[in-house]
Design a protein around this ligand. Structure first.
Ligand SMILES: Nc1ncnc2c1ncn2[C@@H]1O[C@H](COP(=O)(O)OP(=O)(O)OP(=O)(O)O)[C@@H](O)[C@H]1O
Length: 272
């Protein structure tokens, strides 16, 4: 697996002492996490451990009860709308399922954030930018005028990615991007994310249950359990920890298959 030397990298996302609760249910308590510039950070944890809530807290959709959230060194909690919007334009989000507007075509979906931030742009330029983002996401040009309902699941993910890339973000949030894709489409999507991250110098916050994705493209992995991030590191670093969930996750049958597949890919690349 390729690794970036991020030991001295800047921190793009800083979360400290985060607390989120819904009524009696405490989802996060004292959660700390740093995401470094230029890395793909995988976020894993059992169902309901609060991965999506964490992402929503960072992007401002779920105000936490306590804690610090900073993105690009800017505090995100308690900012006025205008200030928060200036930071928001620097990231893109791919929600689970794509969250596309069903009444808009793919190209129109991509244009939504551009129109919000650059209302002065004319339609021809908007069409050109949308076509460029559609191509960047690996969709054929014919996908631009189609509605989400006319696309396959994998194409919808790519359309969601095209919209996430609309404003040339420096940071990308991806919530289970390969969920529901067949293994070949999932591997192709992983490769696209890796390629975009390298080409554009993106930092990526990636929630996933997909072990193949973790091995294939994540520089580090953060593990959520017990209402906080219990460990963050490379997969070999995590494997060295004596934690039952981590051991079961990476050393269980699925984890071993994913590790063997990653080793075969690495051996193949070394032999080229
Ligand atoms: N708006 C909300 N109101 C009440 N409870 C919520 C809300 N959002 C999330 N929760 C609860 O918070 C907990 C964490 O949810 P979250 O979706 O973050 O989990 P997750 O780790 O992403 O799970 P999965 O892997 O299954 O997607 C769950 O128990 C969920 O029911």
């Amino acid at each position: 697996m390729a690794r970036l030397n991020t030991a001295d990298g800047e921190t793009v996302i800083h979360v400290e002492g985060l607390r989120n609760a819904f009524g009696e249910q405490v989802v996060h308590d004292g959660l700390d996490l740093d995401v470094r510039r230029g890395e793909i950070l995988g976020v894993v944890g059992g169902s309901g451990t609060g991965k999506s809530v964490l992402m929503r807290s960072i992007i401002g959709l779920q105000p936490p009860q306590a804690g610090i959230v900073e993105v690009f060194g800017e505090p995100m909690i308690g900012r006025d709308d205008y200030e928060a919007q200036q930071v928001r334009r620097r990231w893109g989000v791919l929600f689970q399922g794509g969250a596309l507007f069903s009444t808009l075509t793919v190209a129109e979906n991509v244009q939504v954030p551009i129109r919000e931030y650059y209302p002065q742009l004319d339609d021809q330029l908007l069409d050109e930018i949308a076509a460029y983002k559609v191509a960047m996401s690996g969709l054929p040009a014919e996908a631009g005028p189609k509605y989400p309902s006319e696309l396959s699941g994998g194409m919808r993910k790519r359309a969601g990615l095209a919209r996430a890339l609309a404003l040339d973000p420096q940071l990308l949030f991806l919530d289970e991007p390969t969920a529901g894709l067949d293994p070949i489409s999932a591997a192709a999507f992983d490769a696209l994310i890796r390629s975009l991250q390298r080409t554009l110098g993106l930092t990526v916050f990636l929630i996933t249950h997909d072990l193949d994705t973790l091995y294939a493209i994540c520089d580090r992995v953060a593990v959520l359990a017990d209402r906080r991030v219990i460990a963050v590191g490379t997969i070999p670093e995590l494997l060295a920890l004596d934690h039952p969930w981590i051991q079961e996750y990476f050393n269980g049958p699925r984890g071993r298959v994913a590790a063997e597949a990653a080793e075969r890919v690495a051996a193949g690349e070394a032999g080229k």
